[in-house]
Design a protein around this ligand. Structure first.
Ligand SMILES: NC(=O)C1=CN([C@@H]2O[C@H](COP(=O)(O)OP(=O)(O)OC[C@H]3O[C@@H](n4cnc5c(N)ncnc54)[C@H](OP(=O)(O)O)[C@@H]3O)[C@@H](O)[C@H]2O)C=CC1
Ligand SMILES: CC(C)=CCC[C@@H](C)[C@H]1CC=C2C3=C(CC[C@@]21C)[C@@]1(C)CC[C@H](O)C(C)(C)[C@@H]1CC3
Length: 614
């Protein structure tokens, strides 16, 4: 076990991340896996620091005049005094006269921003953000002059990183003291204000999904609904007249062997995830400025899984077992998901505050559902990121294949039906696309906003594999012949949906990655007070969520090959409800983030998902 230099309870000096300033801190604990110390500053802030960023008290000389403020926040006053005393600094009046030194002043003001912080652990979508979003916005072309404007008025990438890193509480009184009177300086002050976050517990009215009663219902309702749907689908005539389907006893649904197979599947995916192949990228900055590293090897995991499945088929492994025990597999996955959710909740109780999700509320039931911890990790193993794309999403493709084989066996076919081929290939394209564009997942609401709790655990591990494969499951026992002209129309629809979905997602991801990408120079943007801009032409000028529109068109194309019954259309109905609700959640967050700029965007692009309809 690697040794540690500092003991729990020891008082030392800890570097304030991103700066060269050291403050008195108490060592709270040490994580031998990540080699990070959890330290507590005198104002109560808890952060994780590397050993290199911690020094014994003895390695610092006491400053004269008692200026030994022991937290970043307490140090503010002395900081501004020491700044004015800095050697070689010309008098204020001289500094203001020349524009070059004026720029230097701005830089200095920015630097000042970096150290004058109240290190709070903060909610990124706190109310305070919207308070400062009242300034006029303007629409620009996303070209070179625009880039200059942006550079001039917003913090540099590096400083914006730092700004997100800390609570930059605007010291209005100090801003006055510094007599900031130039336009640029006002912008700097405004930038600070915008980045002010507060520790605000979510109020009851801000709870999503209908609050505590809503999530309670969802948690019990969804598993029940899933089993009823699967049981209905097993019936010869799955019409509503035959509802409810005959219910099996619970003990009939539990099979330890099935649970074992499920665990094996999960562990194989863990193994593939841990393989040191694939690029490592950084996620978006967290509330404390850290950027977690993610290895992008989802596509490799898919290739390896295909090789394993192919070999098993060749070896004569009986895949029909999955079809004949489909409900048992769904129950095994549900049990696994409940155990995982309990584990996630328990471990989140020990998580430092800055590791908590901005969606968490302090209410145990709600937090169990939405997830308390934003990015639960065991060492470098990211549980949420892993579950979002691997066991469930790849599992969905494997289940579809199982259904294709089951259809051939049960209906005694030499080749699968055209409907089954369409459903399988459409959904295969969707999953391969998600794995190929794995990096895009890092900017989704799931990764940035929602914690990892029952909602995503159930969604990723149960709902996606067992509900999204529903059309294929349906076709096994309810054959449907699709003519070639009909199939061609469905393929065209699917491709249209895919072009919109991929085009919109790629356009936004490219813009967020590099706003001055020459390929996007023709697009118009709205400047927002956070420094980030909004696209207002191209796909994002068509409707406010073009990617949802594309996704829904594709979902329709998945259901159409089973058009002889309403049941397979359940997917498109559910998905419309999910995306309409998700769109409303996103609007709520964007309105808080971007204020007036978002309203302007909504005026320019009035439709949310469906042009001229909604
Ligand atoms: N198959 C399934 O079951 C599901 C699929 N999905 C798919 O996942 C994908 C990701 O979805 P999701 O995470 O919900 O949301 P989006 O990918 O649509 O991301 C929303 C974010 O995009 C940014 N944004 C919004 N408008 C603009 C604009 N005009 N210009 C630039 N940036 C803008 C904002 O974030 P910021 O400004 O902070 O960058 C906003 O919060 C979608 O394609 C969706 O269809 C989603 C849910 C379920
Ligand atoms: C209440 C309830 C049923 C919640 C579960 C919702 C989840 C099923 C979805 C939430 C967001 C998702 C995403 C995908 C799958 C469905 C869930 C987990 C996704 C992985 C599908 C593939 C896409 O390309 C994607 C990577 C963009 C997408 C991300 C969001």
């Amino acid at each position: 076990m690697p040794s540690r230099k500092f003991a729990d309870g020891e008082v030392v000096r800890g570097r304030w991340p991103g700066s060269s300033l050291y403050y008195e801190v108490e060592i709270l604990s040490h994580d031998s896996t990540s080699q990070l110390y959890t330290v507590k500053y005198k104002d109560g802030t808890e952060l994780e620091l590397k050993e290199n960023d911690i020094k014994p008290l003895t390695s610092f000389r006491q400053r004269k005049g008692g200026s030994t403020s022991s937290s970043p926040s307490r140090r503010r006053g002395s900081r501004s005094r020491s700044r004015s005393r800095s050697p070689g600094r010309p008098p204020k009046s001289a500094r203001r006269s020349a524009s070059a030194s004026h720029q230097a002043d701005i830089k200095e003001a920015r630097r000042e921003v970096e150290v004058k912080l109240t290190p709070l652990i903060l909610k990124p979508f706190g109310n305070s953000i919207s308070r400062y979003n009242g300034e006029p916005e303007h629409i620009e072309r996303n070209d070179a002059p625009h880039k200059n404007t942006q550079e001039k008025f917003s913090l540099s990438q590096e400083s914006s990183y730092i700004a997100t890193q800390y609570s930059l509480r605007p010291r209005r009184e100090e801003v006055k003291l510094k007599e900031i009177d130039s336009k640029e300086e006002k912008y700097v002050a405004k930038e600070l204000a915008v980045r002010t976050f507060e520790v605000t517990p979510i109020r009851a009215k801000d709870l999503e999904f209908g609050g505590v009663p809503g999530v309670f219902l969802i948690m019990f309702g969804l598993p029940v609904f899933l089993f009823l749907l699967l049981l209905m689908c097993k019936q010869k005539d799955p019409s509503l007249l035959n509802f409810p389907p005959p219910l099996p006893a619970l003990y009939e649904l539990w099979e330890t062997r099935v649970f074992g197979v499920y665990l094996l599947w999960f562990l194989i995916q863990v193994l593939f995830y841990l393989l040191p192949i694939g690029k490592v990228v950084e996620g978006t900055p967290l509330i404390d400025g850290r950027r977690l590293k993610y290895r992008l090897n989802g596509f490799y995991a898919f290739i390896l899984t295909s090789a394993v499945i192919g070999t098993s088929l060749f070896q004569g492994v009986e895949f029909h077992y999955v079809y004949s025990h489909f409900l048992q597999f769904a129950l095994a996955a549900t049990v696994f998901c409940v155990v995982l959710s309990v584990y996630l909740y328990m471990r989140s109780l020990k998580a430092p505050r800055n590791d908590l999700s901005p969606a968490s509320s302090g209410n145990a039931v709600y937090d169990f559902f939405i997830g308390r911890e934003l990015n639960p990790r065991i060492g470098t193993f990211d549980l949420k990121y892993f579950c979002e794309l691997r066991p469930g999403l790849i599992g969905w493709v494997v289940i579809n294949l199982v259904m294709l084989l089951a259809e051939m066996k049960i209906q005694d076919r030499a080749v699968p039906s055209l409907a089954m081929i369409l459903v399988n290939s459409f959904q295969l394209l969707y999953v391969v696309d998600a794995l190929w564009n794995e990096e895009a997942l890092l900017t989704t609401m799931d990764i940035i906003h929602d914690g990892f709790g029952f909602m995503l655990a159930f969604g990723d591990l149960v709902w996606v594999p067992f509900i999204y494969s529903f059309q294929a499951f349906y076709l096994v026992s309810h054959p449907n012949e699709v003519s070639w002209p009909m199939a061609s129309l469905i393929i065209v629809l699917k491709l249209c949906g895919y072009v919109i979905f991929r085009g919109a997602n790629s356009q936004k991801n490219a813009f967020r990655k590099n706003p001055s990408d020459p390929k996007l120079a023709h697009l118009k943007t709205i400047h927002t007070s956070t420094g980030k801009n909004l696209l207002v032409s191209g796909w994002w000028g068509f409707v406010r969520h073009p990617n949802y529109l594309g996704d829904l068109i594709m979902a329709l194309a998945w259901s159409l090959p089973c058009f002889n019954h309403i049941l397979p259309y359940f997917y498109i109905i559910y998905f419309t409800m999910l995306l309409v609700h998700r769109e409303a959640r996103d609007e709520y967050h964007c309105k808080k983030k971007y204020g007036v700029a978002w309203e302007k965007y909504c005026q320019r692009v009035p439709y949310r998902i469906f042009p001229y309809i909604y």
